[in-house]
Design a binder for this molecule. Structure first.
Ligand SMILES: Cc1cc2nc3c(=O)[nH]c(=O)nc-3n(C[C@H](O)[C@H](O)[C@H](O)COP(=O)(O)O)c2cc1C
Length: 310
């Protein structure tokens, strides 16, 4: 029997598919839960409400999406009710919930992470990689800041902690190592890559309205970069990894797992398709592939491409 379940830092997922952070709509998250994902991630929630950048803040380009949403969210207090209902709905269907957290200060991260745990999250994910909010992005830009932040948040939590990094960091491996040695249980690799932009040639305008007119690129163009980050990180430290960046098919899921991912998240492909039928297709494709190649468990596939090479 082919078993799709995975152990993510002690949290059992029915399968390795996770909806990546970015969706506020409860309706869409619930449809993904019904479609059978292993876990869903909340939009990153901050201590206080954030308006985000003015629209248009998400631009469709041929190789993906460019976004400068700017962490638009209602703030943790107003989110309590939604989070509790989401957790109840997900847990009732065997699906886990990852609470994504962002803040302008370490105290803010500690506060929101603690509340996410109280409201029933199975894992907390620290977004230290939002490219359009400088305070958040700088929190993940050096080993020192990541180490301090992770140490403080980890000390306040009982559930596993994940840290989500930017793909373009110069000290990427040092930062990932510091996150793990300071108490993170999981690395979430990667957030959108920045800067990226797009121009409407008929209007002669930069299409993103945010100050500066640049945002983060996700989707197909990001996949080879994300894959390389996963591969290089797994080779260095074998920490549990949630891979994200341009995943849109079961083949992409296999690639990420072969590079060293324990679980695989995606968002842009879902937003571009506009409906979650791809989840069933990905699960069927993954199961068929495993049956054809004789893999009994997903764990057996993890890092396979590296083992093949050595
Ligand atoms: C519209 C949009 C909003 C996003 N919002 C968040 C967010 O709130 N927090 C976060 O950590 N990542 C956020 N992301 C990044 C995604 O979670 C994901 O890591 C990234 O887009 C790469 O995966 P993908 O190519 O499958 O989208 C967002 C991405 C998009 C496209």
């Amino acid at each position: 029997m082919t078993d799709l379940s995975v152990d993510l830092a002690g949290v059992r997922l029915e399968n390795p598919l996770i909806i990546a952070s970015g969706i506020l709509s409860q309706h869409l998250l619930r449809r993904c839960i019904d479609a059978g994902v292993g876990a869903v991630t909340t939009k990153s929630i901050t201590p206080k409400p954030m308006e985000g950048h003015p629209p248009p803040s998400i631009i469709d380009v041929d190789v993906g999406l460019i976004n400068a949403v700017g962490l638009r969210n209602p703030g943790i207090e107003a989110f309590e009710d939604e989070m509790r209902r989401l957790v109840e709905y997900a847990h009732g269907r065997g699906v886990k919930v990852i609470g994504s957290v962002a803040a302008p200060s370490i105290d803010g991260y500690v506060e929101v992470a603690g509340r996410m745990e109280d409201y029933g999250a199975d894992i907390v994910e620290l977004n230290v990689s939002c490219p359009t909010i400088e305070e958040v992005h700088s929190m993940g830009s050096s080993p020192k800041t990541v180490g301090r932040l992770v140490g403080e948040v980890d000390g306040a939590l009982c559930i596993p902690l994940s840290v989500k990094l930017s793909p373009e960091l110069r000290e990427f491996t040092d930062i990932a190592e510091e996150a793990i040695s300071s108490g993170a249980d999981i690395l979430s690799l990667v957030n959108t890559i920045s800067p990226a932009t797009s121009i409407d040639i008929w209007r002669g305008e930069i299409r993103l309205r945010c100050p500066g007119g640049v945002g983060g690129l996700s989707g197909k163009a990001l996949k080879p970069i994300a894959l390389a980050r996963v591969l290089m990180t797994y080779r260095e430290m074998e920490a549990p990894i949630i891979a994200s960046g341009g995943v849109s098919s079961w083949e992409d899921v296999v690639e990420m797992i072969y590079a060293g991912a324990t679980a695989v998240s995606f968002l842009t492909a879902l937003l571009k398709r506009g409906e979650p039928t791809m989840i069933g297709e990905m699960l069927r494709g993954l199961r068929n592939f495993m049956e054809r190649l004789g893999f009994g468990k997903v764990e057996e596939m993890r890092g396979y491409a590296l083992r093949k090479r050595s």
